[in-house]
Each structure stands twice: as C-alpha cells, then as structure tokens.
Design a protein around this ligand. Structure first.
Ligand code: IPD
Ligand code: CA
Ligand code: CA
Length: 266
C-alpha cells in the first residue's frame, strides 16, 4: 500500500488491534443467538469495547485531537482542526444476526475536510483505505469506481429508513421511484461498506437519508480518491452531524439526483 501519512498508519494500527476482539465477539454472537439470553446486551458491549480500543490507540498518539464517536459522543470539542470520526461497528444489525457485513469505520478530518479514512471488515479481511491525493486501496490493490454510464444499467445500494424515522413514506416512495429507473437496488445494512463497495466498482451508486457523520466520514475520502462523486442534500434542515447522501461513480450522479425527491442539493 502506498499510503503513508502518520494518521493513516495510526488508524490502520488501531483497526487491526480492535479487530482481534471484534472477531472474538462475532464468534460469541453465534453461541448467544441460540441461547435464551439473546445477543442484545452483548452487542452493546462489543460496540463499546471496540470503540474503547480504537480511542485508546488514537488518543495515546494525539490526546489533543477532537473525536466524534457513535458511542461516546464528542471529545475535545474545541479542536476543530484535527478530528477523528469513529464508528466502531457499522452494521450492528448484521453483527447481531451473525451476518459478516459490518466494519470499523474511521475518518480523519483536518479543518473540516476528511483527509484520510479506513473501512475494515475484519471477517472478510477487506481493508479499504484512502488518503487525499494518494488514491484509494482495497488491501494492496488500487481501486476505482465503475465505468457504468447510464443509471438504467446501474446496480445501486441504499439503506434505511430507521425504525424511528418520521419520513418513512418519503423514503419508500424514493425507493420505488429509483428502483423503477435502474437495473436493481440492494440493501446490505452497512453504510460504510456500501460506500466502499461503490469505491471499488461493485455498486455504481449509493443514496441514503438520515445518516450520521460517523457512518460515512471514511467513505467520503475513499470514494473521492477512487474517482467517485459525493454530495449531500437538504443539509439546511438538519443538525450538522446528520447527512443525506448521494455517492456515485460520478457518471450517473446527475441522473440519480434527478430521481430523488429533493428539496435542494448542493
Ligand atoms: C447503520 C448502518 C445502516 C444504516 C443506518 C446506520 P449502525 O449504522 O450504517 O446501513 O442504514 O442508518 O445507522 O447503527 O449499524 O452503526
Ligand atoms: Ca453506523
Ligand atoms: Ca455503529
């Protein structure tokens, strides 16, 4: 791999360390699934355990950096120059059901721009990573987005709505509208991996409402460095850590934007 910033080295090391306990926990889930207790509480503790390992590693190197994490929240609020954005397990529902489609996702942001990121599925041993200006990689191979030109020929991926969503009908109607205009749509349950899969050409595009920043921070730089296009819509009507995203191979971007019930798109 030709990525060599101190931040990417730190993230990769932290991911490898945290993945050891995550793999053990995933093995344990299979036992808990058949027990009467069920895996619910165990999953919460697996999330927290993974996050703690990641944070310890990153904080040891840079105690002053800001951190945004799913489980702990915001740390060192005033440092907006250097921030880690962490989702310890993206795809919790899959993890809980023994489905190996989940990942650790960590992005590193400088002055509001994601500069590098890693998305690591420890079960399939696929590590997607990228650094601004130096390309995107899957393990040791350079990756690029697909070359699909028309949305009607495209395979897309999406996610949601969440159980508590107040705009389920809108999300479902968008889903129907888009499905009617593309080759097919998948729903795999990990936003981070969805983006990584667009970056390596497995999918041609991805859209989703009501995401959190930690779901997609690493994916943003990985997709961009793989030649894709990412932007957000209806940003003005929600808090800054909430995101509605369109992420594509760039060729089909405008067509996908056109199919979304958008208010406005940056
Ligand atoms: C979720 C996954 C899922 C997406 C949800 C996210 P979590 O993250 O990325 O694909 O549809 O909106 O909340 O809860 O598994 O970390
Ligand atoms: Ca997530
Ligand atoms: Ca999570």
């Amino acid at each position: 791999m030709r990525l060599n910033s101190p931040q990417i080295n730190l993230i990769t090391k932290a991911c490898m360390k945290a993945s050891r306990s995550l793999i053990r926990d995933f093995g344990e889930i299979e036992n808990l699934q058949v027990s009467t207790k069920g895996p619910g509480d165990f999953v919460t503790s697996a999330d927290k355990r993974t996050e703690k390992i990641l944070m310890d590693e990153l904080q040891r190197a840079h105690p002053e950096y800001g951190i945004i994490t799913e489980e702990t929240g915001v740390i060192n609020k005033t440092n907006l120059k250097n921030r880690w954005i962490i989702d310890p397990i993206d795809g919790t529902m899959n993890f809980l059901n023994g489905i190996p489609q989940f990942a650790i996702s960590i992005g590193y942001e400088e002055d509001g721009e994601v500069k590098c990121g890693v998305i690591f599925n420890p079960i399939t041993n696929e590590m997607f990573c990228a650094e601004k200006g130096n390309g995107a990689y899957l393990n040791n191979s350079r990756i690029r987005v697909s070359n699909k030109k028309k949305i009607i020929d495209s395979l897309l991926v999406t996610g949601g709505p969440k159980g508590a969503s107040k705009i389920k009908d809108k999300i479902f109607s968008e889903y129907i509208n888009i499905s009617n205009n593309v080759s097919n749509v998948r729903k795999f349950g990990s936003a981070a991996l969805d983006m990584a899969y667009v970056a390596c050409g497995r999918f041609d595009g991805y859209w989703q409402r009501e995401l959190n920043y930690w779901d997609i921070a690493a994916g943003i730089i990985i997709l961009k460095e793989a030649g894709g296009l990412v932007n957000f819509f209806e940003e003005d009507i929600q808090p800054s850590l909430k995101k509605n995203i369109i992420a594509t191979n760039s060729n089909i971007h405008e067509e996908l934007r056109g199919l979304i019930n958008k208010k406005d798109i940056e």
